[in-house]
Design a binder for this molecule. Structure first.
Ligand SMILES: C[S@@+](CC[C@H](N)C(=O)[O-])C[C@H]1O[C@@H](n2cnc3c(N)ncnc32)[C@H](O)[C@@H]1O
Length: 271
């Protein structure tokens, strides 16, 4: 079943507002076709024939569940293991050696998608942080989308998706599936026990009590407008320990963002 309802520009405007208010994602009219095709999948599941009917359904669901599913449907979740590898080199050579005398280490992957980023962080910690077994080290991994978080918690990846991982690490940190799971690999307990996955909308206040030594917020700010980015960077700065690092995506920058964070090198900032 596929509905060919056209979305008027006025209807697009209503969705644009709803999405912006909910998760900060700023869509312009050039994204109308993309939005339509993503919403269509959800509408087909529900048997709803118009964009108006779907919006009424979302707003009428006071549990907020359908709003979450709508955000799941529209968010872009592209990610990879060892994506933007310079960041992991920087951790290995500059950050982890400096943290080696510290007992408690906290890292936050703030838009973790299906988990490749926090699992990569866990691998680098196990490989490059001295005496990790004698330390209190945790990675918090959050995302707004429950769909990708379920995948992240499962930690199950096809061979194709594991391509970014050096073969040595794949053997060491992933279990190869058999029979039905042939071609799939599961992250070992050694990795997953370092990570806590939680749903968190970056537009809301941050409930975590302690400060972080490292925050990764990569490839999500591109979807936000400047006022939203400015507010978010200020919230991150409040959550960074003195000397802590913020890593952002390679097509993102803090140019023109009012902040107390100091530029270290492209896409790396420090409190
Ligand atoms: C393109 S992925 C980036 C994943 C990973 N950080 C990386 O660079 O590979 C962007 C993620 O941001 C999440 N996201 C979008 N808006 C968000 C919000 N308001 N709060 C939290 N996560 C959000 C999406 O669900 C998606 O998983």
């Amino acid at each position: 079943m596929f509905y060919n309802d056209e979305m008027t520009d006025a209807e697009f405007g209503l969705y644009q507002r709803l999405i912006y208010d909910t998760c900060g994602i700023s869509l312009n009219l050039s994204k109308k076709q993309l939005l339509m095709s993503r919403l269509n999948k959800r509408m087909n599941n529900l048997g709803l024939a118009s964009f108006k009917a779907y919006r009424d359904y979302v707003l009428g669901d006071k549990t907020g569940k359908e709003l979450t599913l709508m955000i799941d449907a529209i968010s872009t979740n592209k990610t990879d293991f060892f994506r933007e590898p310079e960041h992991f080199e920087f951790l290995k050579h500059k950050v982890y050696p400096a943290l080696s005398s510290q007992y408690r280490i906290r890292i936050w992957s703030a838009a973790c998608s299906s988990g490749e980023e926090p699992y990569t962080l866990a691998i680098t910690l196990l490989e490059y942080l001295n005496n990790i077994s004698k330390k209190d080290v945790r990675i918090l991994a959050t995302d707004i989308s429950t769909k990708v978080l379920d995948e992240a918690v499962a930690g199950l990846y096809s061979e194709e998706r594991l391509r970014g991982i050096p073969a040595m690490f794949r053997q060491k940190y992933f279990l190869k599936g058999n029979n039905y799971w042939n071609g799939y690999y599961r992250a070992k307990e050694e990795l997953s026990s370092l990570i806590s996955f939680r749903r968190l909308n970056l537009m809301e206040s941050f409930p975590m009590k302690g400060l972080f030594d490292i925050i990764f917020c990569r490839n999500v700010m591109i979807y936000f407008d400047k006022p939203t980015r400015d507010r978010l960077i200020s919230k991150f700065s409040h959550k960074l320990a003195p000397g802590g690092y913020l890593f952002i995506g390679h097509s993102e920058s803090l140019n023109g963002v009012p902040t107390d964070l100091k530029y270290v090198q492209p896409t790396v900032y420090r409190k």
